[in-house]
Design a protein around this ligand. Structure first.
Ligand code: AMP
Length: 145
């Protein structure tokens, strides 16, 4: 999909938000929902999405929604750091298929990095063990402040 197009409310993140598809929740507030990426590029790979948005990407988002979204990203990133003690954290976001985007509901990736540990493939690795994901999500959730 290109940068242009219409929002498809059958996308997997919209289904997760409506409770029609499962997810491993980390955090939510009035504005954002954070959950574990099921094809993680590293332990603790978390996604943050706006709850009340039909933006497919950052370019389409209403400017007035951005502050609450990025505050949610920072809050969860801090919790990821506190829970997992990484050496660094990638916070990233893709717009359009050619950039690497595969799900067309605006989202940010939070990916912890450790010295000497290569980054897993984007949207192409194996599916995580659900019990392990739940355990990491609980560790991160416990550090939300
Ligand atoms: P992007 O390629 O930036 O659009 O990122 C989409 C991300 O969603 C990828 O990292 C996928 O691993 C992840 N993903 C796809 N389906 C699910 C799902 N059902 N639950 C959690 N993460 C998912």
């Amino acid at each position: 999909m290109s940068l242009d197009g219409t929002y498809d409310d059958g996308n997997i993140f919209a289904k997760i938000l409506r409770g029609e598809a499962p997810s491993v929740r980390v955090f939510e507030d009035e504005h954002v929902f954070a959950f574990m990426d099921v094809f993680p590029q590293a332990k603790g790979h978390t996604l943050v999405i706006p709850k009340h948005s039909t933006a497919r990407n950052l370019l389409e988002e209403e400017p007035e929604r951005l502050a609450s979204l990025i505050l949610g990203v920072q809050r969860v990133t801090r919790a990821v750091r506190a829970a997992l003690n990484p050496d660094g954290v990638v916070v990233t976001q893709f717009n359009g298929a050619v950039s690497g985007q595969t799900v067309y509901h605006l989202h940010f990736h939070i990916i912890p990095r450790w010295d000497g540990q290569p980054l897993g493939r984007h949207a192409g690795g194996g599916m995580a063990d659900m019990e392990e994901l739940k355990a990491v999500a609980a560790q991160i959730a416990a550090k939300i402040s």
